[in-house]
Design a protein around this ligand. Structure first.
Ligand code: SIN
Length: 320
């Protein structure tokens, strides 16, 4: 178990408070102590890998985490890894690990919406469920998984969809892969896109600069021009609808593409896919469509693709 912080390790002065707490302060030993039933599921070696609020996750920490998981899973006496994480950027870390960990053994992320000190804290059960999934033979070869609120999701498709609800995670286009309840782990769907051992990507110590820009009413070109001037290698657009972009933004992004910046169209909508040559002519503009990846996951894939030196970006977005 690699603990990184988050609300699952959060602490509030008052058990009736589910907001206004400090994330990432309770150590992994205390999290384990709160769930005695874990000892009947697995023998757990726990590491306090980080103690952060996941809004502060960094690419450097992603690199270290991916490498640490690879090292641990290479050991014969380790059958799977559970990562405890904050909910805020969990979907980004999960997708990054899904594409960079080079092992078939289970890797399961979990988190909580309520701090560990809250009445009806959701962390302990999520933790028990995550360990049950990681200990299951059925979880091997499915890439990185997220166990949350009794559901099992693929890292590729899951997203945080509520600011406060304990069922905050959903896969809007595909649904959950399965469920975990009272120790029973059951998968009902599988993962079809390549990941882990079949992925062409690796973490790096030198990440390219990739930023996200949103299209909205009255959008200007100020942000895009500033990013290009700052040396951005990639820009993901959180477009309206099917990845459409304000005309002013479209002109700025077309100029960015001419200067060698990779531009990917995603959507700010939260579900659905962005079709190539749908709301914008990708062929004419030189842009890439993100398909079903939300802007935050599209950024992860674009960072990995640019770091790998890949040229065929649309193939990558169609594949992963
Ligand atoms: C965080 O993402 O670290 C804080 C919020 C949460 O875990 O729910």
């Amino acid at each position: 178990m690699l603990a990184t912080g988050g609300t699952i390790a959060g602490q509030a002065g008052d058990a009736s408070k589910t907001a206004g707490y400090k994330a990432g302060v309770v150590g992994v030993d205390k999290l384990l102590e709160a769930v005695p039933a874990l000892s009947s599921v697995a023998r757990i070696h726990a590491e306090q890998f980080a103690s952060i609020d996941s809004k502060d996750m960094s690419a450097a920490l992603w690199t270290a985490l991916s490498r640490r998981i690879d090292t641990l899973l290479a050991q014969d006496d380790i059958d799977g890894v559970v990562v405890t994480h904050g909910t805020d950027t969990l979907e980004e870390t999960a997708y990054l690990l899904h594409l960079t960990v080079k092992r078939a053994k289970p890797v399961v992320l979990t988190a909580a919406m309520r701090p560990s000190t809250a009445l009806s804290a959701d962390g302990p059960l999520n933790l028990l469920n995550a360990v049950s999934v990681a200990a299951s033979q059925d979880a091997a070869g499915k890439g990185v998984l997220v166990a949350f609120n009794n559901q099992i999701h693929s890292a590729r498709d899951v997203a945080k969809t509520s600011t406060y609800a304990v069922d905050a995670f959903r896969a809007p286009e595909t649904g959950a892969l399965g469920f975990v309840q009272d120790g029973r782990v059951e998968f009902q769907r599988t993962v079809v896109r390549p990941h882990t051992v079949a992925s062409e990507f690796s973490v790096t110590d030198e990440w390219p600069m990739v930023e996200i820009v949103t299209s909205h009413a009255d959008a200007s070109r100020v942000t895009v021009d500033a990013l290009v001037a700052a040396g951005a290698r990639g820009i993901v657009v959180a477009g309206t609808g099917n990845g459409s972009m304000h005309a002013t933004l479209t002109h700025a992004l077309a100029d960015a593409v001419k200067k060698g910046v990779a531009v990917v169209r995603s959507s700010r909508v939260g579900s659905g896919h962005v079709m190539r040559n749908g709301a914008a002519s990708d062929d004419a503009l030189g842009t890439i469509s993100a398909g079903t990846l939300n802007p935050y996951k599209a950024r992860v894939l674009l960072m990995l693709a640019l770091a790998s030196g890949a040229q065929d970006l649309q193939r990558i977005f169609d594949t992963y």
